[in-house]
Design a protein around this ligand. Structure first.
Ligand SMILES: CC(C)(COP(=O)(O)OP(=O)(O)OC[C@H]1O[C@@H](n2cnc3c(N)ncnc32)[C@H](O)[C@@H]1OP(=O)(O)O)[C@@H](O)C(=O)NCCC(=O)NCCS
Length: 422
């Protein structure tokens, strides 16, 4: 069987054979035969916008791998900082490399005092923490003037470390401000997630020691959220990165994309749905209303996964460990009942709708004490590793600026009409 397709221009009879490479055909080949005929693909559902080696998703089989390593193995055996290194460098670190990486990240967690005092404290008292994060990440570019040196390997590496390290500090600072609590400085004696939990929850104690099970659960959630190939926010990162903007501006764009309820806000929607259902008795009626077209089962279905999201399976296990410490989230029973009914229902199985990563993650975050507004912020912290891995890859590929075409459907040329004659 030939690994190619042949396209025929029926207007001229001209035809062209295009090879299929890595499952795709190159638009540059297509344009040889059909210059000026654009592929209409809103939502880019059938467009591969780049070649990438960061992560692999097979939605049919429910497979996710970072740099070739199955997500299940990473979640069980690795930790977020090691996974971030893997995504960014392409290989797992040696013991020496990891020790240096952990040291570098730990010692870049502080933010400039002006970021907090002059910038973050300038927000309105009820500012949404994700809005604060988006702006604060962009503002960082004004503090690191070498950020523009994106083709200087050392400067680039410095910004990567700064971004990975400072995201938890900014995230916790945004939360503390929004609840009127004083800022907590990073503690360099703590691991990445324990440090974040200390900045979130510390009150008057000299040192905040997070429950190790909860810190590990958060680490697993961070591993699961670190990358997911060309999702909306990563695409935003790549689009802005393609103009050679500095990485802070690119990350702010990616954060902004993540802010939207269709992307980083889905787990919040799950909690709101479960609260609305209120009791197990109401679950069957709720499922029937979804089937009748009244809303959607939040946390179910995925553009890519057409079987159980592999991350959802891991999260479900993690939830049990967290609830053993925090007590069961009262919404869990409703969620389990909902899943049981939906997975036995032809409406959902025939459409291949299964729980996705967001179905259980919100329950865990809520049980750990995070307010709903922090959910997208919690997503942004680990996804920064993925964003930066794709940004580096893009720069190394010497890629073109992203500049799609359009199908023009507007008005024909017409003369200007003076305001008095309209
Ligand atoms: C994720 C999502 C946007 C993917 O959408 P998509 O791939 O564009 O799929 P479609 O919207 O075309 O849906 C296909 C069919 O399944 C149905 N469907 C999809 N998700 C559904 C859900 N969560 N509940 C009920 N029905 C759903 C649609 O109504 C449609 O049915 P139809 O063929 O009878 O019209 C969608 O599944 C969804 O809205 N899920 C809930 C939100 C969510 O959990 N988002 C987080 C994703 S990680």
């Amino acid at each position: 069987m030939t690994e190619s397709i042949t396209i025929v221009d029926n207007r001229t009879g001209n035809q062209l054979e295009i090879p299929i490479r890595h499952g795709g055909v190159a638009a540059s080949e297509w344009q040889k035969l059909l210059p000026g005929i654009w592929i209409f693909d809103p939502g880019l559902t059938a467009t591969a916008a780049c070649e990438s080696s960061v992560s692999f998703v097979d939605g049919e089989q429910g497979i996710l791998r970072y740099r070739g390593y199955p997500i299940e193995e990473l979640a069980e055996r690795s930790n977020y900082l090691e996974v971030a290194y893997l995504l960014l460098h392409g290989e797992l670190p040696t013991a020496a490399q990891f020790s240096e990486w952990r040291h570098d990240v730990t010692y870049h967690t502080y933010i400039h005092e002006n970021v907090r005092k002059r910038f973050l404290e300038g927000f309105h008292y009820d500012a949404h923490p994700m809005g604060m994060l988006v702006s604060a990440v962009a503002a960082l570019s004004t503090f690191y003037l070498d950020a523009k040196e994106i083709f200087d390997p050392e400067a680039r590496q410095r910004q990567v470390i700064r971004l990975i390290a400072k995201m938890p500090t900014l995230a916790a600072a945004a939360h503390r401000f929004s609840v009127g609590m004083p800022f907590v400085y990073p503690d360099n004696s703590l691991e990445f997630c324990s440090n974040f939990l200390s900045m979130m929850w510390k009150v008057a104690e000299p040192r905040f020691d997070a429950n190790p099970t909860l810190a590990r659960a958060l680490d697993i959630l961070f591993i699961l959220h670190a990358d997911h190939e060309q999702n909306c926010s990563t695409t935003a990162m790549r689009v802005v990165g393609s103009s050679h903007a500095d990485p802070y501006s690119c990350c702010a764009a990616a954060c902004a994309a993540l802010y939207g309820p269709r992307h980083g806000g889905a787990n919040e929607a799950v909690i709101r749905m479960l609260q609305e259902i209120e009791s197990m008795d109401n679950v069957p009626a709720f499922v029937e209303s979804v089937k009748a077209g009244h809303g959607r089962l939040q946390g179910f279905g995925h553009r890519i996964y057409k079987s159980y999201d592999p991350r959802a399976k891991i999260i479900k296990r993690t939830a049990d460990e967290v609830f053993a410490i925090t007590g069961k989230n009262p919404l869990l029973d409703i969620a389990l009942k909902l899943e049981e009914i939906a997975l036995a229902d032809e409406y959902f199985t025939s459409r291949r709708l299964y729980p996705n990563v967001d179905f259980y993650s919100g329950l865990i975050y809520q049980a750990m004490g995070f307010p709903l507004e922090m959910f997208p912020v919690l997503f942004a912290i680990p996804r920064t590793a993925g964003w930066l891995a794709h940004w580096q890859e893009l720069l190394d590929q010497d890629s073109k600026i992203v500049r799609p075409r359009q199908l023009f459907v507007g008005s024909e040329p017409r003369p200007y009409v003076p305001i008095g004659d309209r």
